[in-house]
Design a protein around this ligand. Structure first.
Ligand code: PLP
Length: 391
């Protein structure tokens, strides 16, 4: 019989039931798959045709060229990373799985932020790890509730603290002082930091505010694992390549973590050779790919702000401030439940996500992807914003 940990409820949620009704005519304002949003790059996929990929010579932690290319990606951001501290994975999701295996035994606890990305509970279940959520304080622009983190570390003896930097869907980059305090807390309580930076290249403005940390890579402290990958960095989720950078001042501890990760990686050897060989060229194309995405994100954000402004000074709608990433949150009146809003918005032919799908504290927030193609986004706003503004 199947295991208990795979015994998830498969009864369709209200959200799934409602979205199942979405027809082809519906405008999907939650699209975050770049290959469905007009941002595909066939020329980059063609780079996988290198004849050297015909030979299989597995390297558990990744092909040396790929590991060096990742170090080069950080060097372009002013951060020096030793390629020997880079681990190549098939995706960031796989990186989470490998790190949970490395850091936690079945039944151990890992701390995760709330609100956050809805895949994390599944990734934890698959490793038989318990999740304990710590709050991000919305009224303080999603500041990490450090006191809650410490309480949870003490109460659960958590093995790791996960940080999504910037948050999904909050778009908040960790402040420098928060990052330092969190690193100190984790170290004091013998927990590792696991940092998901898939959106770190997408600050919303031209530069990140000075008090925000651009990346945890290169910071000093205890054992820290920074994860990212091609799916957001190069808008190539279908190539299936992610990475982990292992940080930490304690060389012996880092070496031990890498040696164990090598055995985890060797047990799967999941990353294809062609994509690893293409990685230097794929990462060289990152500025071009990201420039396209940034134009899209900025244009949709401008359209959103213009639509909210046009709703008039009495409008109850507010965009929740954010620092970056692909998502925008809009506060809608609490006169209706999240599901009622979802349903009414769908009746107008527009799909958005309710905040509860991301464990948002309380109702009254809708989530949209700014990566949606501009025409659908503008038309969707033209239909949905007047509806929301009426309450
Ligand atoms: C915060 C966050 N982390 C990780 C991922 C997964 O990335 P990957 O495709 O590398 O598994 C996503 C995908 O949307 C994400 O939003």
């Amino acid at each position: 019989m199947p295991s208990r940990r795979t015994g998830w409820s498969r009864a369709p949620s209200r959200l799934a039931e409602l979205t199942a009704r979405v027809g082809a005519s519906c405008l999907d304002l939650t699209e975050s798959n770049p290959t469905r949003a007009g941002l595909e790059a066939p020329d980059l996929v063609a780079l996988l045709g290198d004849g050297r990929g015909a030979r299989y010579a597995p390297e558990p932690l990744g092909h040396p060229m790929a590991r060096e290319a990742v170090a080069g990606y950080y060097a372009a951001r002013g951060v020096t990373i030793d390629p020997s501290r880079v681990v190549i994975t098939a995706s960031t999701s796989e990186a989470y799985a490998w790190l949970f295996k490395l850091l936690a035994d079945p039944g151990d606890t890992v701390l995760v932020p709330s609100p956050s990305y809805p895949l994390l509970p599944y990734l934890a279940d698959l490793e038989s790890v318990r999740l304990e959520r710590y709050p991000l304080l919305r009224e303080e622009r999603w500041r990490i509730d450090l006191a809650a983190v410490e309480r949870a570390l003490v109460a659960t003896r958590a093995r790791a603290v996960t940080v999504v930097h910037p948050g999904n869907p909050t778009g908040a980059f960790t402040r420098r002082d928060e990052a330092e305090a969190l690193a100190a807390l984790a170290r004091r309580h013998d927990a590792a930091l696991v940092v998901d930076e898939v959106f770190a290249d997408y600050p919303a403005g031209p530069t990140l505010p000075a008090d925000r940390l651009p990346t945890f890579a290169g910071t000093t402290g205890g054992l820290t694992f920074i994860m990212s990958g091609l799916s957001k960095v190069a808008l190539l989720p279908q190539l299936k390549l992610g990475w982990i950078v292992v940080g930490g001042e304690d060389e012996a501890l880092v070496a031990e973590a890498l040696a164990r990760l090598e055995i985890v990686a060797d047990s799967y050897l999941s990353v294809g050779t062609p994509v690893q060989l293409a990685l230097p060229d794929l990462l060289a194309a990152v500025p071009r790919m990201q420039a396209r995405a940034r134009r899209r994100l900025a244009q949709n954000l401008e359209a959103l702000d213009a639509a909210l402004f046009a709703a008039g000074p009495e409008s109850p709608l507010r965009r929740v401030p954010f620092d970056g990433g692909f998502y925008a949150l809009v506060e809608v009146p609490r006169t209706r439940s999240d599901d009622e809003w979802l349903e009414r918005t769908l009746e107008a032919g527009v799909l958005v996500h309710p905040g509860y799908a991301y464990d948002m504290p309380g109702p009254g927030v809708v989530v949209m992807s700014l990566l949606t193609d501009e025409a659908s986004f503008a038309e969707g706003l033209a239909r949905a914003v007047p509806l929301w503004a009426r309450g």
